[in-house]
Design a protein around this ligand. Structure first.
Ligand code: GLA
Length: 330
């Protein structure tokens, strides 16, 4: 008998999630309810969304997503508390526009984490506490251009963030989340960071692998990252999976009106391989989330350049694609 939906097919493996927003809940609510067991707010829980100005909290949009999830028995991944992007400048500046002291930044960071995490305690079961703090640069460990790094330096601000989040909700599972986690050099840096947290007993429970891939991605690199990070005794979540139908760096003006047959097949094959690997490692993996519900609403239609992209399992009409058939049939 064919499997009815993704969440059902994967119930003995891991949660199956989608990144959503209130508009997607309107247009795709039924599909989300029938195919997924977990949701993540695409933007609604980021610092710029929940605290655009100091002490001015705006939770309406995040609440909509959380309430939808609770009403429909879906889990919620919290994303994200500390990130150099999509964060109001106010966090790092005093009234004169100069950088605040490290002490002031920690006070503000604690206040933010406390307010957001406590609001959703018992509703959000895990948090991406830190997003993208490791550098992509050769010979650079952490992202030195981040205002957090500039003001606080090193690993300390992350350790404090994990501690504050743990104090705010001791039951929540706390993650370090990043992209390019399959790049050998970056993998080592992330491992070094996670190991340092573990050695100091910092409350970090998992590694979030974003998994924004292109159709020429080499799956064996993903396996190495899963093995290395989970050797620290932490959980792995795939947090933002999508597969661009363009190759890595293929930004030469190519812009397909529809998903070409050959690329559709390569994409489906790659999704198949990735899910085969994830299933084989289900003891290490707690959740797999797609970054978006369907091709029409994917951020990849605007990144890294504006062009049509088709990175997900459902087309813009919410119809399952060949990639969906491959993921659900095993
Ligand atoms: C990063 C962030 C996500 C999202 C994507 C693009 O991966 O973690 O929150 O902003 O970029 O949508």
């Amino acid at each position: 008998m064919g499997k009815l939906n993704l969440a059902e097919a994967y119930k003995d493996y891991f949660e199956i999630g989608a990144a959503v927003n209130p508009e997607v809940l309107e247009s795709g609510g039924e599909l989300i309810k029938s195919e997924f067991s977990s949701v993540t707010c695409e933007n609604e829980m980021k610092c710029i969304s929940v605290q655009p100005n100091m002490n001015e909290y705006t939770f309406e949009r995040a609440d909509k997503v959380v309430n939808f999830a609770l009403e429909n028995n879906l889990k919620v991944r919290g994303h994200t508390l500390v990130w150099h992007n999509q964060t109001g400048e106010w966090l790092f500046k005093d009234k004169q526009g100069a950088d605040v002291s490290k002490e002031t930044l920690y006070t503000r960071m604690k206040e933010h984490i406390d307010t957001v995490v406590k609001r959703y305690a018992g509703k959000v079961y895990c948090w991406d506490v830190i997003n993208e703090a490791v550098s992509d640069g050769a010979n650079e460990y952490l992202r030195v251009s981040s205002p957090y790094y500039k003001i606080c330096g090193g690993e300390e601000f992350m350790e404090k963030a994990f501690i504050y989040a743990h104090e705010a909700d001791p039951a929540a599972l706390l993650f370090y989340n990043d992209y390019n986690t399959e790049n050998p050099e970056k993998r080592e840096k992330i491992y070094r960071l996670l190991k340092s947290f573990k050695d100091k007993n910092i409350p970090v429970h998992g590694a979030g692998l974003q998994c924004h891939y292109n159709i020429d991605f080499d799956v064996s690199e993903l396996k190495k990252s899963i093995d290395l990070f989970s050797s620290l005794g932490i959980d792995i979540h795939i947090t933002e999976l999508d597969i661009s139908i363009y190759k890595w760096g293929e930004e030469n003006g190519l812009n397909f009106e529809v998903l070409p047959e050959d690329r559709m097949k390569i994409q489906a094959e790659l999704y198949d391989k990735i899910f085969g690997l994830l299933r084989a490692n289900k003891d290490k993996i707690g959740s797999v989330t797609f970054w978006g519900l369907n091709d029409g609403v994917s951020w990849l239609n605007g990144f890294p350049v504006k062009r049509n992209n088709f990175p997900l399992l459902f087309d813009k009409y919410n119809k399952p694609k060949e990639a969906y058939n491959r993921v659900i049939k095993f």
